[in-house]
Design a protein around this ligand. Structure first.
Ligand SMILES: Nc1ncnc2c1ncn2[C@@H]1O[C@H](COP(=O)(O)OP(=O)(O)OP(=O)(O)O)[C@@H](O)[C@H]1O
Ligand SMILES: Cc1ncsc1CCO
Ligand SMILES: [Mg+2]
Length: 276
């Protein structure tokens, strides 16, 4: 069980990260799937960040040097998109800019799995997936696929996440009922969020974008920044659900709640524990 003091200790950091994102408005380049572009951009805007969905390979040399963080999501990957993703990731890593890889639906095909493994070689700061995605990527084998949805609990993926963090050098974040964040040694559980968030497509993609924004303002503590982003997004979901009739209105209220979060709401709802 979570101890009150444990969450309180995390709470001030979560609020500080959100406040800094609002103050600095980091520019986040997103090369993301067609399904998610709208929600990812609106999530970033309501958190105070500045999204840019710039994905053409010809624009990357001009644009990527100006960004504060990058998010790459392979959810609707085709062979002609991969060079853009690799080029932006490579440049971000070279310039010391944090970047997030979301291996969305990695088990769909051998092509997608191979592409994600190649992207991992380009040193993402954070890899964020659902339980099934992290298990598949960690073992480099597709297993059974349910497309973009997970057939595992996030907690089933703890060992896979630790192993992937260890082999890649990335922080690994697993979304689900409990969001898991690990650097291969420490394992943190974020218990915020609501089940209905699974019924809105691209909430996981939006979370990956939000993590990129939080990394941009705390490059030296990527694990802590990731935990904060996950908690903030979950809290916005909890507050949003109280005003919603179902997934469509939750989508709207989630964005409004993220925009309106204040210190009291954050500090009273942060629910973060150390799991290992
Ligand atoms: N059972 C649950 N209880 C609480 N929060 C949840 C639950 N399931 C998912 N969430 C939250 O929903 C958000 C999206 O997580 P999810 O694991 O569904 O992403 P995903 O599978 O990558 O989604 P997508 O691919 O559609 O973007 C996260 O903020 C997560 O914490
Ligand atoms: C539904 C769907 N299919 C490919 S990507 C995506 C959005 C959630 O990842
Ligand atoms: Mg996903």
């Amino acid at each position: 069980m979570e101890s009150k003091s444990e969450s309180s200790e995390w709470g001030s950091g979560v609020w500080a990260h959100l406040t800094t994102v609002r103050q600095r408005s980091p520019l986040v380049q997103c090369i993301t799937n067609f399904v998610s572009m709208d929600l990812v951009a609106n999530t970033l805007l309501s958190a105070g960040a500045s999204p840019a969905m710039v994905h053409s390979v010809v624009e990357i040399p001009d644009f990527t040097p100006h960004i504060h963080a990058l998010c790459v999501n392979v959810g609707t990957l085709t062979p002609d998109w991969l060079p853009s993703m690799k080029s932006a990731a490579e440049l971000a890593s070279k310039l010391g800019k944090p970047w997030v890889l979301d291996p969305a639906a990695v088990s769909c095909s051998g092509f997608r799995l191979k592409s994600c493994l190649e992207l991992v070689e380009l040193k993402p700061t954070v890899i964020k997936g659902n339980g099934s995605e992290i298990i598949a990527l960690s073992s480099a084998s597709p297993g059974q696929t349910r497309g973009a949805d997970s057939s595992h609990e996030s907690t089933d993926a703890i060992e896979a996440a630790k192993s992937l963090a260890f082999s890649s050098g990335a922080i690994v974040a697993v979304s689900g009922a409990v969001d898991i964040v690990t650097d291969g040694k420490r394992v943190i559980g974020v218990h915020n969020g609501t089940k209905m968030m699974q019924k809105i497509t691209a909430t996981g993609c939006s979370l990956a974008g939000l993590i990129a924004a939080f990394l941009a303002v705390d490059q030296l503590q990527p694990l802590e920044a990731t935990v904060s982003a996950m908690s903030v997004f979950g809290i916005a979901g909890e507050l949003g659900e109280a005003m919603s009739k179902g997934p469509a209105s939750l989508r709207m209220h989630l964005i409004d709640s993220l925009y309106g979060l204040d210190e009291t709401m954050v500090l009273s709802r942060v629910n973060i524990t150390r799991l290992g």
